[in-house]
Design a protein around this ligand. Structure first.
Ligand SMILES: [Zn+2]
Length: 396
């Protein structure tokens, strides 16, 4: 869609700007004041609204977002947690697996879209047919290497080698026991710590291991909600040197937060980062870590990944830290509308609202209501009623 966004406020390295953004072919084509509409271009007046870069969720297991928090924490490590909760025959794991993998992945896509996420880093097998479908609600990082963890991965060192110069993502130091405290050293011994290594969690770290990560210029994905719930501790991100870039991830609803907004609030509540730092973690820094060239900032030439919210005059970070899925007014991923409030959906000719997000009518791309019906038929309403996300995204 060719789109001219009029009278909007946005922010870049130089500060706030007010003016117009011209979008075409999935990119930001031009910015400035008083841009004139062109033929075939739709125009949206965004007076009173602010554009933010579409957010980047640096860690999720998209197919696990039908599961509520499970288990009986605290645990000593990821391995103890997995052993305690991974029983496919037990409720509610059994019921949620009755939904197709594709439906579970799409549900995970919507989970992200409703909090302004336009790019997700998915950590699990990658069904290309689903995740690269042109209608999938968000962009999913495609070019990376990964291994689940040192113990659950299938030859992690070979996986690291195989992905050449791409980011390599692995859960590590996820726990508080002696074994968790060995993992960063083990990665170093295996030659797996480098500037393209992305450690997810990194809770159990000695000072020497912090130095190893800094020397290698490895990166960290911080998931405070998941960490504090499962282990009572999170990564000491204030101890990592400036060489270690840090992004923020929700993890899935099995362990982590329901939305990225919740994760951002929890991150600030730890006292380890302020709102501006957390905003960088979910935009520019994440784009840098995952080689997402052209994402994470509103700059001419970049992808048209935008989150539009009402602008009461506060800072972008404060605005997001007060947001819920009721707040995104418009979300564009690669120039395609994923979410719109009713008046914008009408102006863009998208149709009437099809869902309520935290009670507010919204138009969502694709067929979220049919997806919800299929999931409900497969899983059963008793299990879903216990899931916080189920109540956030309801049919209109
Ligand atoms: Zn994970």
């Amino acid at each position: 869609m060719r789109l001219l966004l009029k009278n909007v406020v946005w922010h870049d390295r130089e500060g706030d700007h007010a003016g117009d953004l011209r979008l075409a072919r999935g990119r930001i084509l031009a910015s400035g004041r008083g841009l004139c509409p062109r033929r075939w271009e739709r125009v949206l007046d965004l007076q009173g609204f602010r554009a933010l870069p579409g957010l980047i969720n640096a860690h999720d297991h998209l197919s696990l977002n039908l599961l509520p928090h499970l288990g009986d924490p605290p645990y000593a490590s990821l391995y103890h947690f997995a052993e305690a909760v991974h029983d496919p025959g037990e409720s509610p794991v059994r019921e949620t697996q009755s939904a197709s993998v594709a439906d579970r992945l799409w549900w995970g896509g919507y989970k992200n879209l409703i909090s302004g996420v336009t790019t997700v880093v998915h950590h699990d097998p990658f069904p290309r047919r689903v995740l690269l479908h042109p209608g999938f609600p968000v962009h999913v990082l495609r070019r990376y290497g990964w291994s689940h963890s040192l113990h659950f991965g299938d030859n992690p060192a070979a996986a690291f080698e195989a992905c050449a110069d791409l980011p390599f993502i692995i859960h590590a130091a996820e726990g508080v026991d002696a074994a968790s405290h060995q993992e960063i050293t083990r990665l170093h011994e295996l030659g797996m710590l480098s500037s393209r290594t992305v450690i997810v969690h990194g809770i159990a770290m000695t000072n020497e291991q912090l130095r190893l990560m800094a020397r290698a210029r490895a990166s960290l994905v911080w998931c405070p909600v998941s960490n504090l719930r499962l282990y009572g501790r999170t990564a000491a991100i204030d101890q990592f040197g400036s060489e270690v870039r840090i992004a923020l991830g929700t993890d899935s609803t099995l362990t982590g937060s329901t939305t990225l907004f919740d994760e951002m609030r929890a991150a600030v509540a730890t006292g380890l980062a302020n709102g501006s730092e957390v905003l960088e973690m979910v935009t520019a820094t994440a784009a840098d870590i995952f080689h997402l060239s052209g994402r994470g900032r509103i700059v001419v030439g970049n992808h048209a990944d935008l989150l539009i919210v009402a602008d009461p005059g506060d800072s972008p970070a404060d605005r997001l830290l007060r947001s819920s899925p009721a707040d995104p007014a418009l979300v564009l991923a690669g120039g395609k509308v994923g979410l719109a409030r009713p008046e914008f959906a009408a102006e863009l000719g998208l149709g009437p609202p099809n869902v309520r997000l935290a009670g507010e009518p919204r138009w969502l791309c694709g067929s979220p209501v049919r997806l919800r019906q299929r999931i409900e038929a497969a899983v059963g309403s008793t299990v879903l009623a216990r899931h916080p996300l189920w109540a956030l995204l309801e049919p209109c």
